[in-house]
Design a protein around this ligand. Structure first.
Ligand SMILES: Cc1ncc(COP(=O)(O)O)c(C=O)c1O
Length: 460
């Protein structure tokens, strides 16, 4: 087994990691995990429950557990820490902000002014008015309220395999399994097919299909709505649904439909925004002009923050625009604003979008080379540092691997020092925007060793 390192994470060079020197979970993790189990509700993420690791320290693309094992992190706390763990510029900005206030409600503050000015400078003209929130689903709920307020209508169309959070409005837009068992879909929500070309919902093939999936929105609108649709809510790149990047025409058709029908185009950038796809916002890969955009996750580098961005005409309608119509207790918090301002500033200063584009292209090429050696890698896809691999038992039938097999791969990689975000048939790879090519390559080498082990176990 590898030796325990006494160096702190910032002191470790790429060739000294990962280090796994205990069985997993190690004795200290196990003891703390058992103590937490007494009080902690079931329902935690697969990452927490499968790894049972107790984390002690993070820096950049690395994490260390309480037993001193060091892992390359391809999960970034479910994509919530875009600039890497404890980026010195972000921690310095937060320390400085903490000398002023921990919380100021949504009162104007220097931090908020500086964040809004920076955000406005990198947003298109129609998205330069903001309201802040504390998390993703709360931000999506706010965007729905804003759209209702601006249009006077109350229905929404989302996409198959969409994910926008787990509160009741967001759950109405849910296309994947997390909705099951939580009662009827809230009234006013309907879904339309997405462009999932590997498993086309219409059983067609791109490009000969003419992106017919996008045309289905006309049918949903005509047949399912009560004529009161306020907006269409989409992720430019579907994240939790399986890293699904649509053909450009899909997005153009949806945007054209919205324009023709007078609906608001609401784009959820919570998963894919903030430089990760190789552009600051993932909608910039497409020829569309959103009316409302939601931001969250990585743009706070780990500090909870969400933003609804729109135009003044949309934001000035009541009831949204009435005093308190859009605010929450912690949403406009000065610390959150400082974290987001420092994160965006760092992404710009350090060219992290450009890094994500170049490194993402390199990783995608490597994953495609691996796919040629491993038919179990049914589909490889992604943009920048939002990458996905869909694992199948058979590339012809496309039967997905089981949850047990996905968990086997998760553990095979963890034992070798790579933290994957989840254990589902579609593996999501989303390292920090500051990860070096050397560490990214090491992570992919480990992934391939894990796949070898899985294939032997599955006897394929
Ligand atoms: C696109 C998208 N929107 C909204 C959310 C909800 O964010 P949160 O978990 O912070 O509520 C997520 C979370 O994964 C997401 O991926």
């Amino acid at each position: 087994m590898a030796m325990l390192s006494t160096k702190s994470l910032p002191e470790l060079s790429d060739n000294e990691v990962p280090v796994v020197h205990t069985e997993l979970p190690g004795p200290k993790s196990r003891a703390l995990w058992e103590r937490e189990r007494i009080y902690s509700s079931p329902g935690l993420s697969a990452l927490a429950t499968l790894s049972q690791l107790v984390l002690d320290e993070g820096y950049g693309a690395l994490i260390r557990d309480v037993d001193g094992n060091v892992f390359i992190d391809f999960s970034m706390a479910m994509i919530g820490v875009s600039t890497g763990h404890l980026h010195p510029k972000i921690t310095a900005a937060l320390h400085e902000e903490l000398t002023h206030f921990l919380h100021t409600y949504d009162m104007a503050s220097t931090a908020r002014v500086e964040f809004f000015e920076l955000l406005a400078s990198i947003m298109p003209e129609q998205l330069r008015m903001f309201q802040m929130y504390s998390g993703g689903t709360e931000t999506v709920e706010a965007a729905l309220r804003l759209a209702k307020s601006a249009t006077g209508r109350y229905e929404f169309i989302g996409l198959y395999r969409g994910f926008h959070g787990k509160s009741m409005g967001s759950l109405g837009l849910m296309g994947i399994g997390y909705k099951n068992g939580f009662g009827p879909r809230a009234p006013g929500f309907m879904l339309t097919p997405n462009a999932y070309c590997y498993r086309c919902p219409l059983k067609l093939t791109y490009p000969s299909c003419g992106v017919a999936c996008a045309d289905m929105i006309e049918e949903v609108y005509a047949n399912e709505s009560m004529g009161q649709v306020a907006g269409v809510v989409i992720e430019p790149i579907q994240g939790a649904g399986g890293i699904i990047v649509p053909p450009a025409e899909f997005m153009t058709k949806i945007a054209d439909f919205c324009r023709r029908q007078g609906l608001l185009l609401i784009v959820d950038e919570i998963f894919s925004g903030g430089g990760r796809t190789g552009k600051m916002w993932s909608f910039e890969h497409f020829d569309i002009a959103p009316d409302i955009v939601t931001l969250g996750k990585g743009i706070g580098s780990g500090y909870p923050v969400g933003v609804v961005a729109s135009s003044e005409p949309v934001m000035r309608e009541a009831p949204w625009a009435q005093p308190g119509g859009g605010s929450t207790t912690f949403g406009g918090n000065n610390m959150a604003a400082r974290a987001a301002q420092a994160t965006l500033q760092t992404i710009l200063e350090e060219g992290l979008s450009e890094h994500a584009a170049a490194l993402g292209a390199h990783m995608l090429t490597r994953l495609r080379e691996m796919q040629a050696r491993h038919p179990i890698m049914g589909d490889v896809r992604g943009l920048g540092l939002v990458l996905g691999v869909e694992f199948v038992r058979d590339p012809v039938t496309k039967e997905v691997i089981s949850a047990q097999e996905a968990a086997f791969l998760f553990h095979a990689c963890l034992r070798r020092g790579l933290m994957l975000p989840t254990a589902t048939s579609t593996l999501r790879i989303m390292p920090s925007l500051v990860i070096s090519q050397e560490l990214a390559d090491k992570g992919l080498d480990i992934l391939e060793e894990g796949i070898d082990e899985l294939e032997k176990w599955m006897e394929i």
